[in-house]
Design a protein around this ligand. Sequence first.
Ligand code: NI
Length: 664
Amino acid sequence: MAKSLASSKTKSAVPDHRHPLDPLSEAEITSACEILKTQKKLSSATRFAFVQLEEPVKADVLAWTRAKSLQRRAAATVFDSKTGAVHIGIVDLDKQAVTSWIEHQAKQHPYGQPPIIIEEFFKVGDIVKADAGWRKAMKRRGLSDKDIELVQVDPFSSGYFGREAEKGHRVVSAVSYYRTDIKDNGYAHPIEGVVALVDLIEERVVDLVDEKEIVPIPKTKRNYHRAAYPQTRKDIKPLDIVQREGPSFKVEGWQVHWQNWSFRIGFSAREGLVLNQISIHDGKKQRPIIYRASMTEMVVPYADPTANHHWKSAFDAGEYGLGKLANALELGCDCLGNIHYFDVPVADDNGVPTVMKNAICMHEEDYGVLWKHYEFRNDTFEVRRSRRLVVSSFATVGNYDYGFFWYFYQDGTIQLEAKLTGIIQTAAVTPGQPYPWGGMVAEGLGGPTHQHFFNARLHMMVDGEKNSISEHEFVPRPWGRDNPHGNVFDTTSRVLSREMDAAREADGRTGRYWKIVNPNLKNSVGNAPGYKLAVTASPLMLAQEGCSMRARGAFATKHLWVTKYDPAERYASGNFPNQHAGGDGLPKFIAQNRGIENEDIVVWHTFGHTHVCKPEDFPIMPVEYAGFMLKPNGFFVENPAMDLPPDKNDASVSDDSKGGTCCD
Ligand code: NI
């Protein structure tokens, strides 16, 4: 946690250029929260769950010029920690006025709560440890009063199961871990069969599971800090990334230029890193591709039916906040080379601004060969190395750490890679007994099988505001006069014309892919210019129909969703996924079945990873990758990277004396 809470009171290094999409500055956060506190007479019990820029609608942003200012607004999700009342307030920062103050009906079906805030991470431990029933459960498992002091209590979003204690109440489920000292890795010592449902407003345990059968707490220490691994490998020499002339990117405030790319960095408390107005310079034109790209939600449903696990399905964006939990990245450790960091102002739980230092990292990476050919007939040899620009951010949500890496390539490709690392959820297993709900990672320690789903929201703008999306597949052509040798196969193509028709699943067997095109323009070969959404083999949610986590995380039941742009539809899981009864978000959006052909469209892509745990995942899991690419498809007239200079890297040396001739 310490890293994600890194803060300082100093002014952000980022100048306030006040582009309409720039994240809120510290001064704007202060102003927004003070205006709300004063004008709405908020009590000292008020907590600010999310404070972020209320983005102007797209048309206004596109019409904006530096000569005319555009209203800056802040949106705050606030709740009263004594009464539980929830409001969404919009503040006009220019007029210094609250322009909207809407109560969210958290006490009425389908419910929904603001995310769990940092203060509650700590509060839950105190509440649980003061509960006599919970202490008794710990003592039944052999823990002394001194041991109990050291127990790690995790406030886990508790989902929604129709229990009276959760309907309209603000609750979390607390699971516990034994520790020998404050630095000990608690996830090596899960305390099985005890779950406390904590009402965060009433500040008490309202339901306690204390299973009769006692599973021994695994006691073997499994730490990962450097002191736990004093013997490190000796055969690794320094690998330095040196850019003597500096990086090739230019940064002006939140605006970035690199190679032909241009985009704006954005950030929100809920989504974390956002990329705005991605465009590429081509010939004499600056061509838009994506208006806004972000990670709107994640869900991690667990597949273990036992007391400690069956309800676990963390929505890390909507239930915690990927922006609020962003790490301070460290030069030379998280990021290698010539780095530009973006410091991001955020509001703390009390509406006081802090600056998250180094929350976003940007740098260039060598990425092997981009294109190459050797023509043996005339000895023409050309090769160009690929370089990519990396914009990244990491969020630590409890046990897991998630990296979000956007890559820009010189050939027009955009890639998002989610990096999954950190510590798995663990389960204690009685020695000698099987663990049917996941994989064993150590003696007496299992890891419940689970899935990770991410949802990227891509507000597309390929060469203009009106786009269409088409689906393509490869199918064999039957023998016949038009296939006399049997070798022909076809690429099918159909436009997805309405929202209900565009909730789609990927299919690796047919190579199904989707293309976002501008049907109003023609490319060099007479077709609509486009970008292909290249998806990777990715699971869908396996929880049964009727299961609560499926109803709440329905965005993970399809790989592709397409909606007509509505500024109110921002999150795949809806506005208040925490303790929501389900049905919000994408399935609700597409029920309108709006036309999406030649319209202002938003593409939502769900991708993920099914995780069956293994010993190699412990004590820290090596990074697992999931993601997708957007590749130009009929967008350029030729390979747009043909103009890369044939430079040879002078710093490279051969480890024998013969020297290299690869680029001569
Ligand atoms: Ni996992």
